[in-house]
Design a protein around this ligand. Structure first.
Ligand code: FMN
Length: 142
């Protein structure tokens, strides 16, 4: 079964809410999903993933240090051809998602459009997250 791995950092749970909704959207398409806070994530889980979504809120014009550290440990993994999504909650700027996108693109992943949600996602924003999960799933369904 095609597999999506979702890894996120979060300070006040807004990006976590996004991650949960992305997973819901993907699951509704019938694919396997793994959802991990970056503090519990293991890079080996990415090897057999068909798609990877990485999320971080924007803090001080950057991604969370824990997410940055995790991504820094991926440089020798071959992620080419996998579908990717960069997502995160923000207040006024997009550096975190831009940087995640840049790193995953450099790893050879085929990224869909970044998903940025301002502060706490409401019902409409959660629906956008579900749609992003569904889009990723549709890209990897055999
Ligand atoms: C100390 C601090 C620094 C922040 N810096 C930024 C920033 O540079 N750019 C931005 O867009 N939002 C910034 N924010 C807003 C957060 O990105 C926003 O609150 C977001 O919803 C947090 O997501 P989380 O709940 O997943 O941690 C900052 C918030 C705090 C508390």
């Amino acid at each position: 079964m095609p597999k999506l791995v979702i890894i996120y950092g979060t300070g006040s749970h807004n990006t976590e809410r996004m991650a949960v909704a992305i997973e819901e959207g993907a699951r509704a398409e019938g694919i396997e999903t793994v959802l991990r806070n970056v503090n519990d994530a293991n890079r080996d889980e990415l090897r057999d993933a068909d798609a990877v979504a990485v999320g971080s809120p924007n803090y001080n014009h950057a991604m969370m240090p824990t997410v940055k550290k995790f991504l820094g440990g991926l440089s020798d993994l071959d992620l080419s051809g996998k579908a990717g999504l960069s997502f995160g909650s923000y207040g006024w700027s997009f550096e975190a998602t831009q940087e995640i996108n840049r790193i995953l693109t450099a790893c050879g992943m085929e990224m869909v459009q970044d998903l940025n949600i301002k502060r706490m996602p409401g019902d409409e924003e959660l629906e956008l997250c579900r749609r992003a999960g569904s889009l990723l799933a549709s890209k990897i369904k055999k």
